[in-house]
Design a protein around this ligand. Structure first.
Ligand code: URA
Length: 240
């Protein structure tokens, strides 16, 4: 593998920021093949060198995977002249890693958004071929009915000709003014949840993604917060 700076390499684990790595190195707590590292700029080959922090081997990560709890008001894009993007919610050191959102949530949609720099796996998660489930919590105007659930399950064709695959609609609460539901899709067309519900005359008032594949939105994440996916979670995505 290519040699990399120690601060970059150790920070890739997500456990320490680059600044923290520098402090650890100054304190002599980072060893490369048993020898204390002298500076953050020192380079090592993660494929062959044994790097330890506080005596524990560092698990080098080639790719970065983050789960973000997206707030409304941010665009799912890497750059956009029209306003703040989800990357603005990350610290500068993560913004330098060429991360991009795995699929899009509308500007006003909240909830689970994955960010990564691993293009191939991201592409697979989005491909309709792999049927990765995306689950949304939706609040809509009007009363949702069993007929609406049947229309979702049958696969509807919208007035503009968009043919939607069969999808799930589970009613959580149904009132005259407003209803709440979980929507499950295995594809991701532009504004799809909003368009499907609008087609049934129940426009979306609020939308939040709560699950992607086997990854639920972490309840410990407040809006605008992110965390690194664990190795197990990334492995789970690879199995898809
Ligand atoms: N469907 C929508 O309509 N909007 C989203 O943000 C995601 C799915």
């Amino acid at each position: 593998m290519e040699k990399q700076r120690l601060d970059k390499l150790i920070a890739s684990t997500g456990r320490w920021s680059r600044r923290e790595v520098k402090a650890l190195i100054r304190q002599g707590r980072v060893l490369v093949d048993g020898v204390p590292a002298r500076s953050a700029e020192e380079k090592a080959d993660p494929g062959s060198a044994e790097i330890t922090v506080n005596g524990r081997p560092v698990e080098y990560r080639r790719w970065t995977w983050l789960m973000l709890n997206k707030p409304a008001g941010y665009l799912s894009a890497t750059e956009d002249g029209r306003g703040a993007t989800v990357l603005d919610l990350l610290p500068p050191e993560l913004r330098k890693r060429d991360l991009f959102p795995v699929g899009r949530l509308d500007k006003d949609t909240e909830g689970l958004l994955l960010l990564t720099n691993e293009g191939l796996l991201a592409h697979r998660l989005l491909s309709p071929k792999y049927h990765v489930e995306k689950v949304y919590y939706a609040r809509v105007a009007g009363r949702l009915t069993e007929a609406d659930c049947r229309a979702f399950a049958a696969g509807m064709t919208l007035a503009d000709g968009l043919a939607c695959q069969p999808a799930g609609l589970e009613i959580l609460a149904a009132g005259e003014e407003e209803s709440q539901a979980h929507v499950t899709l295995r594809e991701g067309k532009f504004h799809q949840v909003k368009r499907m519900l609008a087609h049934l005359g129940k426009p979306v008032l609020y939308l939040e993604r709560i699950r992607m594949g086997n990854l639920p939105l972490d309840p410990a994440l407040s809006r605008g917060e992110y965390r690194f996916l664990t190795d197990k979670e990334v492995e789970g995505l690879r199995k898809i």
